[in-house]
Write a protein that binds this ligand. Structure first.
Ligand SMILES: CC(C)(COP(=O)(O)OP(=O)(O)OC[C@H]1O[C@@H](n2cnc3c(N)ncnc32)[C@H](O)[C@@H]1OP(=O)(O)O)[C@@H](O)C(=O)NCCC(=O)NCCS
Length: 157
Protein backbone atom coordinates (compact mmCIF):
# COMPACT_ATOMS: atom_id res chain seq x y z
CA UNK A 1 0.00 0.00 0.00
CA UNK A 2 2.98 2.29 0.51
CA UNK A 3 4.07 1.68 -3.05
CA UNK A 4 1.18 3.22 -5.00
CA UNK A 5 2.15 5.05 -8.16
CA UNK A 6 0.67 6.20 -11.44
CA UNK A 7 1.89 5.26 -14.89
CA UNK A 8 0.73 6.32 -18.31
CA UNK A 9 -1.56 3.71 -19.83
CA UNK A 10 0.68 1.67 -22.12
CA UNK A 11 0.79 -1.51 -24.16
CA UNK A 12 2.17 -3.23 -21.05
CA UNK A 13 -0.79 -2.28 -18.83
CA UNK A 14 -3.75 -1.96 -21.19
CA UNK A 15 -4.95 -5.56 -20.76
CA UNK A 16 -4.74 -5.41 -16.96
CA UNK A 17 -6.59 -2.06 -16.97
CA UNK A 18 -9.31 -3.52 -19.16
CA UNK A 19 -9.65 -6.53 -16.82
CA UNK A 20 -10.16 -4.54 -13.60
CA UNK A 21 -13.02 -6.07 -11.64
CA UNK A 22 -16.01 -4.33 -10.04
CA UNK A 23 -18.05 -5.24 -6.97
CA UNK A 24 -21.57 -6.56 -7.58
CA UNK A 25 -23.95 -3.66 -8.28
CA UNK A 26 -21.22 -1.23 -9.40
CA UNK A 27 -21.31 -2.11 -13.11
CA UNK A 28 -24.45 -0.01 -13.66
CA UNK A 29 -22.56 3.13 -12.61
CA UNK A 30 -19.54 2.88 -14.84
CA UNK A 31 -18.93 2.06 -18.51
CA UNK A 32 -16.40 -0.68 -19.31
CA UNK A 33 -12.76 0.48 -19.12
CA UNK A 34 -12.44 -0.30 -22.86
CA UNK A 35 -14.74 2.69 -23.55
CA UNK A 36 -12.33 5.03 -21.77
CA UNK A 37 -9.35 3.51 -23.55
CA UNK A 38 -11.09 4.17 -26.87
CA UNK A 39 -11.91 7.74 -25.79
CA UNK A 40 -8.28 8.32 -24.85
CA UNK A 41 -7.22 7.03 -28.26
CA UNK A 42 -9.48 9.41 -30.15
CA UNK A 43 -8.81 12.39 -27.82
CA UNK A 44 -5.03 12.12 -27.40
CA UNK A 45 -4.47 15.83 -26.79
CA UNK A 46 -6.93 16.24 -23.92
CA UNK A 47 -7.24 12.79 -22.30
CA UNK A 48 -5.00 11.87 -19.35
CA UNK A 49 -5.29 8.07 -18.88
CA UNK A 50 -3.26 6.53 -16.04
CA UNK A 51 -3.09 3.17 -14.33
CA UNK A 52 -2.54 2.93 -10.58
CA UNK A 53 0.08 0.35 -9.67
CA UNK A 54 0.66 -1.22 -6.29
CA UNK A 55 4.11 -2.70 -6.77
CA UNK A 56 3.81 -4.41 -10.16
CA UNK A 57 0.05 -4.95 -9.96
CA UNK A 58 -2.47 -2.75 -11.78
CA UNK A 59 -5.06 -1.99 -9.07
CA UNK A 60 -6.90 0.94 -10.63
CA UNK A 61 -7.45 3.20 -13.58
CA UNK A 62 -8.18 6.91 -13.76
CA UNK A 63 -8.75 9.15 -16.73
CA UNK A 64 -8.92 12.91 -16.65
CA UNK A 65 -9.69 15.34 -19.42
CA UNK A 66 -8.07 18.76 -19.65
CA UNK A 67 -9.36 21.19 -22.24
CA UNK A 68 -9.10 24.85 -21.29
CA UNK A 69 -11.05 25.80 -24.43
CA UNK A 70 -14.09 23.58 -23.85
CA UNK A 71 -17.33 25.57 -24.18
CA UNK A 72 -18.78 23.77 -21.19
CA UNK A 73 -16.84 25.01 -18.17
CA UNK A 74 -17.54 21.80 -16.27
CA UNK A 75 -15.62 19.81 -18.89
CA UNK A 76 -12.39 21.81 -18.81
CA UNK A 77 -10.74 19.93 -15.96
CA UNK A 78 -12.68 16.77 -15.21
CA UNK A 79 -12.63 13.12 -14.30
CA UNK A 80 -13.85 10.92 -17.10
CA UNK A 81 -13.59 7.79 -15.00
CA UNK A 82 -11.99 6.24 -12.00
CA UNK A 83 -12.14 2.67 -10.88
CA UNK A 84 -10.35 0.47 -8.45
CA UNK A 85 -10.37 -3.33 -8.70
CA UNK A 86 -12.90 -4.96 -6.38
CA UNK A 87 -10.30 -6.64 -4.16
CA UNK A 88 -8.36 -3.38 -3.67
CA UNK A 89 -11.28 -1.06 -2.91
CA UNK A 90 -11.39 0.55 0.52
CA UNK A 91 -7.59 0.84 0.87
CA UNK A 92 -7.09 4.43 -0.29
CA UNK A 93 -6.34 3.66 -3.94
CA UNK A 94 -9.22 5.80 -5.23
CA UNK A 95 -8.22 8.73 -3.02
CA UNK A 96 -4.62 8.43 -4.20
CA UNK A 97 -5.75 8.48 -7.86
CA UNK A 98 -7.99 11.53 -7.42
CA UNK A 99 -5.28 13.44 -5.56
CA UNK A 100 -2.82 12.64 -8.34
CA UNK A 101 -5.29 13.90 -10.95
CA UNK A 102 -5.93 17.03 -8.87
CA UNK A 103 -2.16 17.59 -8.74
CA UNK A 104 -1.99 17.31 -12.52
CA UNK A 105 -4.90 19.77 -12.84
CA UNK A 106 -3.13 22.22 -10.51
CA UNK A 107 0.09 21.99 -12.51
CA UNK A 108 -1.93 22.92 -15.61
CA UNK A 109 -3.35 25.99 -13.88
CA UNK A 110 -6.86 24.72 -13.03
CA UNK A 111 -8.44 25.40 -9.65
CA UNK A 112 -11.33 22.96 -9.93
CA UNK A 113 -11.81 19.29 -10.80
CA UNK A 114 -15.28 18.12 -11.79
CA UNK A 115 -17.00 14.76 -12.14
CA UNK A 116 -20.36 13.58 -13.41
CA UNK A 117 -21.81 10.40 -11.89
CA UNK A 118 -25.12 8.69 -11.36
CA UNK A 119 -26.46 8.90 -7.81
CA UNK A 120 -27.46 5.62 -6.17
CA UNK A 121 -26.72 3.22 -3.33
CA UNK A 122 -23.81 1.31 -4.88
CA UNK A 123 -22.48 4.32 -6.79
CA UNK A 124 -19.50 6.57 -6.08
CA UNK A 125 -21.39 9.53 -4.55
CA UNK A 126 -20.29 8.98 -0.97
CA UNK A 127 -16.68 8.42 -2.06
CA UNK A 128 -16.60 11.73 -3.94
CA UNK A 129 -18.33 13.55 -1.06
CA UNK A 130 -15.90 12.02 1.42
CA UNK A 131 -12.86 13.35 -0.40
CA UNK A 132 -14.28 16.85 -0.76
CA UNK A 133 -16.46 17.05 -3.87
CA UNK A 134 -19.65 19.10 -3.61
CA UNK A 135 -22.66 18.61 -5.85
CA UNK A 136 -23.00 21.76 -7.96
CA UNK A 137 -25.50 20.72 -10.59
CA UNK A 138 -27.47 18.02 -12.34
CA UNK A 139 -27.54 16.91 -15.98
CA UNK A 140 -30.80 16.54 -17.92
CA UNK A 141 -30.42 12.77 -17.31
CA UNK A 142 -30.42 13.12 -13.52
CA UNK A 143 -26.67 12.64 -13.12
CA UNK A 144 -24.88 14.72 -10.51
CA UNK A 145 -22.18 17.21 -11.39
CA UNK A 146 -19.77 17.60 -8.48
CA UNK A 147 -16.72 19.80 -8.09
CA UNK A 148 -13.58 19.72 -5.98
CA UNK A 149 -11.77 22.97 -5.28
CA UNK A 150 -8.06 22.47 -5.79
CA UNK A 151 -5.91 24.37 -3.34
CA UNK A 152 -2.99 26.27 -4.89
CA UNK A 153 -0.51 24.20 -2.87
CA UNK A 154 -0.55 20.39 -2.52
CA UNK A 155 -2.42 19.10 0.55
CA UNK A 156 -2.03 15.45 1.46
CA UNK A 157 -1.14 14.52 -2.11
C1 LIG B 1 -15.47 4.82 -6.21
C2 LIG B 1 -14.15 4.06 -6.09
C3 LIG B 1 -13.20 4.54 -7.19
C4 LIG B 1 -13.52 4.36 -4.71
O1 LIG B 1 -12.22 3.79 -4.65
P1 LIG B 1 -11.61 3.17 -3.30
O2 LIG B 1 -10.18 2.86 -3.54
O3 LIG B 1 -12.47 2.08 -2.82
O4 LIG B 1 -11.76 4.41 -2.30
P2 LIG B 1 -10.77 4.79 -1.08
O5 LIG B 1 -10.40 3.56 -0.36
O6 LIG B 1 -9.64 5.63 -1.60
O7 LIG B 1 -11.74 5.68 -0.20
C5 LIG B 1 -11.44 7.03 0.20
C6 LIG B 1 -12.40 7.42 1.29
O8 LIG B 1 -13.73 7.38 0.80
C7 LIG B 1 -14.53 6.50 1.58
N1 LIG B 1 -15.43 5.75 0.72
C8 LIG B 1 -15.09 5.07 -0.39
N2 LIG B 1 -16.19 4.49 -0.92
C9 LIG B 1 -17.22 4.82 -0.10
C10 LIG B 1 -18.61 4.53 -0.08
N3 LIG B 1 -19.17 3.79 -1.04
N4 LIG B 1 -19.36 5.02 0.92
C11 LIG B 1 -18.82 5.77 1.90
N5 LIG B 1 -17.49 6.09 1.95
C12 LIG B 1 -16.73 5.62 0.95
C13 LIG B 1 -13.54 5.56 2.24
O9 LIG B 1 -14.05 5.05 3.45
C14 LIG B 1 -12.34 6.44 2.48
O10 LIG B 1 -12.50 7.19 3.66
P3 LIG B 1 -11.28 7.39 4.70
O11 LIG B 1 -10.15 7.98 3.92
O12 LIG B 1 -11.85 8.30 5.73
O13 LIG B 1 -10.94 6.05 5.19
C15 LIG B 1 -14.36 2.53 -6.18
O14 LIG B 1 -15.34 2.14 -5.25
C16 LIG B 1 -14.79 2.04 -7.55
O15 LIG B 1 -13.94 1.69 -8.38
N6 LIG B 1 -16.13 1.98 -7.80
C17 LIG B 1 -16.63 1.44 -9.06
C18 LIG B 1 -16.42 2.36 -10.24
C19 LIG B 1 -17.11 3.73 -10.09
O16 LIG B 1 -18.25 3.83 -9.67
N7 LIG B 1 -16.37 4.77 -10.47
C20 LIG B 1 -16.86 6.14 -10.47
C21 LIG B 1 -17.48 6.50 -11.77
S1 LIG B 1 -16.72 7.95 -12.44
Amino acid sequence: MTDLRLETLSAATVVAANNLTLKPGQEQYVAPVSHSIAEAYVNPTTAWPRVVLDGDEVVGFIMGNFDADADDESLRSCIWRVNVSAEHQGRGVGRFAIHALAGEARSRGFDTLTVIYEPGDDGPERFFAHIGFEVVGETPYGEHLAALTISPTPQGE
